[in-house]
Design a protein around this ligand. Structure first.
Ligand SMILES: *[C@@H]1O[C@H](CO)[C@@H](O)[C@H](O)[C@H]1NC(C)=O
Ligand SMILES: *[C@@H]1O[C@H](CO)[C@@H](O)[C@H](O)[C@H]1NC(C)=O
Ligand SMILES: *[C@@H]1O[C@H](CO)[C@@H](O)[C@H](O)[C@H]1NC(C)=O
Ligand SMILES: *[C@@H]1O[C@H](CO)[C@@H](O)[C@H](O)[C@H]1NC(C)=O
Ligand SMILES: *[C@@H]1O[C@H](CO)[C@@H](O)[C@H](O)[C@H]1NC(C)=O
Ligand SMILES: *[C@@H]1O[C@H](CO)[C@@H](O)[C@H](O)[C@H]1NC(C)=O
Ligand SMILES: *[C@@H]1O[C@H](CO)[C@@H](O)[C@H](O)[C@H]1NC(C)=O
Length: 921
């Protein structure tokens, strides 16, 4: 095959952009991608930021992103000047030593710190020579937790500049089937809402977020610095209400258990509320409000108690009482009159709460103790270990204790340890205007117990994560992972035993076929196991002391190292180019606002960063004439290539604030300006096997899908023959997109033309892109390079960004991304039977109401009106005949076969197809 890859890296000075970007920073983030893949609720997210230093001197370039607290960073790399710098996860002590040595050499450290409630900030920087660039790539992983009946994938986007090539791609694959998917968060509102597209097929869903540069400056929390906000993907999976879903791969399994058709269990709940002086003001007010809401939500067969405490204990009632309306009224009155005063006797308060629950032993009910406090114990027993030991004795594993720590003055560690020792969890309540909602939200998570004493049993399973759970609440989920002994699926038998009210129930499915990820080896289930095991070991470590603690710690650390997780026990060490700081990253503990170690303030040594060391990366200054040094450098590079491998080469010219490629045979003709930024152009050599374009004998039909609103089954229709179709006409932007169908059955488009204003045109075919701006023509294609049986394909591995007037063209592997004003269009290159074709997708719907074309069609609204003898749908009071069909959804990178209602084009479009046919591209 003789396949060689030669890389030419050309760095364009971005002066052309500098005038349009208000950002005065010394570097340009020219590309920012976030890619999140979710399978079995396990999300792996990769953030890739590519930055160019456009100054004439070395600059320190920062990478600064936010990731969910719950996630573990598993990889960080930097690509600079052809070199890869990989972060290495090491034991914290070892990293600390390395760090200390670095400090003694006058270097500083990297930073991960907590920000807000759910995020951590990851920050590093590296010195980049003049006109060179750097790529940062950060990977993190998290197991999503189901609360309130849904999973939430939070993606924080803050690239720090408006970025031309900005995108977020999310792909979710859940074998159980996705029951719903929604996009929320600050970035899904107003102007940016148009930039979100989502595709939901039974087991898979895709969310794309492709805002244009203009939009990145327009959103609520955005400005000249670009976007700063969240995209939250909310979804849930279908439930079978039995044993749940078990997925296995490579000898590991993960079990998701969340039955919902069970009766709720009446509960006994005691609220122990801190009313010490520190609760003064808004905190106590919000607590009152939350309590009153929560009391309103109690069911009649619930029993409850209410204790407030400072240095004394106040009871509303000494014993638990039924949540009838009379009692609730009285309790609400009590709640309204809670006053702050005195110091904090947590010990006595919790013991009294436990006493009340112990005294109220009710068959078939679930008991819960909830403590809310905002400070350390300052009265009564104040020794933390004594309190923990007293509480553990009083509760004796009979019910869970949930601790809510209000604000940052609490010893959260203490609360966390105390709840973990008693089968509960601790949660921080942030002092904010919505503190009452946070309290209520937490209560709702535990408001509906469905099962108690849940035991998960796996015969033939080993190395299991936690298998005993005191309660299972509606809207939550129990997750267990483990190894399958000897990978023997035959003997592996999962079973769940639990108590529902007074009944013992066994969930098992004798016919259970444990679903496997197929023949493809996939270590993700193993990573889920590792993630969960490490999280649980860290919780366990917190509760232990002495040699036991050390043993658990060691185990957690070994796993963290093996799976390369940055946890509280490990650190990531990033070694940078010689002479620069070594960064050491730690995961901050909950509540830690910053993990900054003292900065020694040493000056980095820049001696090695003098330009033009080595040839692979060339500095190409923006100038009206080509720099002779650059020209010489290119000639030297070309001559260093093996002539046997090279059939043709491109040469680079700069001219009047612009660059373009030209074939050397065309020599240096004077051409008008096309402003371009060239990035990582790869020249790849292939052997050519025959003619790739061969039409088949099947009838020449192209099938189109038309999404339907609030219906899972879309419409589909066929277009016969090779037509030129109107894809998008956007008169107010003077933007027209037309496509020519190919002569391949069930293929797509052969060519797509984009016309912008009267003089700018982009022509796309499966081989490349031609950009015409007035008289200028920039052509990037491999097709005209076919010579002597060899075929050179210039493809753009990462991307080529062409920016002319107000159109940006970004070429990536197998997709071409075009942004113009409020439109962002992606043209996917698909391949079927070795034949390539194009498929256009609108990733950014123009807000104007006078757009036209196949891509501008709104989702159709239909209802089924008749099934027998044939199915009929009603669209806008008109009945149409349909049959069952299927079609490939080419709007996603890996096309998917979907069921659809097949009808004629005219019926589906509600207009004659002829309206969408144009005489000319
Ligand atoms: C996202 O990452 C997944 C897994 O690494 C990869 O298969 C996929 O192609 C990526 N998607 C994009 C749009 O880069
Ligand atoms: C898993 O369990 C086996 C014994 O069943 C043990 O030998 C092995 O060390 C365990 N692996 C881990 C990672 O704990
Ligand atoms: C299990 O198999 C039996 C007989 O094949 C069938 O009747 C039953 O419905 C199956 N149960 C489940 C839960 O699939
Ligand atoms: C589709 O569902 C949404 C939310 O349920 C509703 O607001 C909208 O009106 C529905 N559209 C149609 C056409 O029924
Ligand atoms: C580009 O867009 C800006 C504002 O978005 C507009 O003022 C300018 O006229 C546009 N230029 C062209 C050539 O369309
Ligand atoms: C289209 O929008 C403009 C304002 O943006 C409005 O004046 C016009 O009535 C709208 N036309 C239709 C058909 O909705
Ligand atoms: C729909 O089918 C019925 C027969 O089932 C036929 O009479 C009618 O003409 C068809 N309507 C259209 C619009 O094709």
């Amino acid at each position: 095959m003789g396949r060689t890859v030669v890389q030419i890296t050309l760095i364009g000075l971005l002066l052309a952009l500098a005038s349009t970007l208000p950002n005065k920073d010394d570097w340009d983030i020219y590309s920012f991608h976030i890619n999140s893949t979710v399978t079995s609720r396990y999300a792996t997210t990769v953030i890739t930021s590519r930055v160019a230093n456009r100054m004439n001197e070395s600059k320190e370039i920062e990478f600064h992103v936010r990731i969910p607290k719950n996630a573990f960073i598993s990889k960080f790399r930097m690509f600079i000047d052809g070199q890869v710098y990989d972060g290495v996860v090491k034991a914290k002590e070892q990293a600390q030593q390395q760090y200390t040595e670095a400090v003694s050499r006058g270097e500083s450290a990297g930073l991960v710190s907590s920000v807000g409630r759910t995020l951590e900030e990851f920050k590093t920087s590296v010195t980049v020579a003049a006109h060179k660039k750097v790529t940062f790539e950060l990977t993190y992983e998290e197991l999503m937790k189901r609360t309130h009946g849904k999973y939430e994938l939070q993606i924080h986007a803050r690239p720090m500049q408006p970025v031309r090539d900005f995108k977020v791609d999310v792909h979710i694959h859940e074998e159980a089937g996705i029951s719903f998917i929604d996009v929320k968060g600050g970035l899904s509102t107003k102007a940016l809402a148009n930039a979100i597209t989502k595709t939901h097929a039974d087991k898979q869903a895709w969310v794309y977020f492709y805002p244009t540069v203009d939009q990145q400056k327009m959103c609520d929390s955005c400005g000249d610095q670009g976007m700063n906000g969240d995209l939250v993907i909310v979804y849930d999976v279908n439930r079978d209400n039995g044993l749940g879903h078990i997925k296995k791969s490579d000898g590991y399994f993960v079990h998701h258990f969340a039955p919902s058709d069970l009766p709720r269990i009446p509960k006994n709940v005691v609220f122990v509320i801190d009313q010490s002086g520190s609760m003064h003001g808004r905190k106590i007010e919000q607590t009152r409000i939350a309590l009153i809401h929560i009391l309103n939500d109690l069911a009649e067969d619930d029993h409850f108690g209410l204790i407030t405490f400072d240095d004394r204990i106040s009871y509303w009632k000494r014993e638990l009482v039924q949540a009838n309306s009379k009692n609730l009224e009285s309790a609400k009155n009590f709640a309204r009159n809670i006053q702050d005063r005195g110091s904090t006797d947590i010990n006595e308060a919790v013991l009294q709460g436990a006493r009340m629950l112990n005294a109220h032993n009710r068959e078939g009910s679930a008991s819960i103790l909830i403590l809310l406090t905002d400070g350390d114990p300052t009265s009564g027993v104040t020794n933390l270990e004594n309190i923990q030991s007293n509480v553990r004795q009083a509760i004796a594993g009979k019910f869970p204790l949930y601790c809510l720590g209000f604000g940052f003055d609490v010893n959260f560690n203490f609360l966390e340890k105390m709840s973990l020792q008693n089968n509960g969890v601790a949660r921080r309540i942030y002092e904010d205007s919505d503190a009452d909602l946070q309290l209520k939200g937490f209560y709702e998570e535990v408001a509906t117990p469905l099962l108690t004493d849940v035991t998960m049993i796996y015969v033939g399973g080993t190395n299991l994560t936690q298998t005993n759970f005191s309660h299972y609440y509606n809207g939550s989920e129990i997750v267990v992972a483990g190894e399958i002994t000897d990978n023997n699926i035959e003997t592996f038998t999962p079973q769940v035993v639990a108590i529902s009210s007074n009944r013992r129930i066994i969930f098992s499915n004798p016919n259970e076929t444990v679903e496997s990820t197929g023949t493809v080896s996939d270590d993700r289930i193993q990573r889920v196991w590792a993630y969960l095991t490490v999280k649980q070991l860290l919780d366990k470590e917190l509760q232990l002391s002495g040699p036991e603690k050390e043993k658990v710690k060691k185990e957690a650390m070994e796993l963290s190292l093996k799976y390369s997780f940055v946890t509280p026990l490990t650190s990531m060490v990033v070694t940078k180019p010689p002479g620069e700081n070594t960064d050491v990253f730690h995961k901050p503990k909950e509540g830690e606002t910053s993990q900054r170690w003292p900065s020694p303030g040493g000056q980095p040594n820049l001696a090695h960063l003098t330009p033009a060391s080595g040839y692979r990366v060339r500095v190409v200054p923006f100038a009206t004439t080509i720099d002779p040094a650059v020209e010489r450098a290119f000639e030297s590079w070309f001559s260093s290539l093996d002539p046997g491998e090279i059939v043709d080469i491109y040469q680079l010219f700069t001219e009047d604030r612009g660059f373009y490629f030209a074939n050397p045979s065309q020599s240096r003709k004077k051409r008008p300006t096309v402003r371009e930024i060239f990035l990582d152009v790869f020249v790849e050599h292939y052997s050519l096997h025959g003619d790739p374009l061969q039409a088949t004998d099947a009838p020449l039909l192209h099938r189109f899908l038309l999404k339907a609103e609030n219906q899972t089954v879309p419409l589909c229709f066929d277009v016969s023959g090779v037509l030129n179709l109107k894809l998008l006409h956007h008169p107010s932007r003077e933007l027209f997109v037309n496509g020519e169908l190919d002569s391949v059955a069930n293929g797509g488009f052969k060519r797509i033309f984009i016309h912008f204003k009267t003089n700018q045109h982009v022509e796309i075919d499966t081989k490349g892109v031609t950009v015409r701006d007035g008289q200028t023509e920039t052509h990037l294609t491999g097709q005209d390079l076919v010579t002597g049986g060899r075929y050179i394909d210039i493809y753009i591995k990462f991307g080529l960004l062409i920016y002319f007037s107000n159109v940006t063209v970004i070429m990536r592997n197998n997709e071409i991304d075009i942004a113009a004003g409020d439109v962002r269009l992606v043209i996917l290159v698909h391949e079927k039977n070795s034949i390539k074709f194009l498929w256009p997708v609108l990733r950014q719907h123009p807000s104007a109401n006078n757009t036209d074309g196949l891509l501008a069609l709104k989702s159709v609204v239909y209802e089924e009106v008749q099934q027998v003898p044939a199915t009929k749908l009603k669209i806008k009071n008109q009945e149409i005949n349909v049959t069952n069909g299927n079609a490939s959804d080419y709007s996603i990178a890996s096309p998917l076969m979907m069921n659809c209602w097949l009808t004629s084009a005219d019926s589906a479009l509600q207009r004659p197809l002829a309206n969408f046919v144009v005489p000319q591209l």
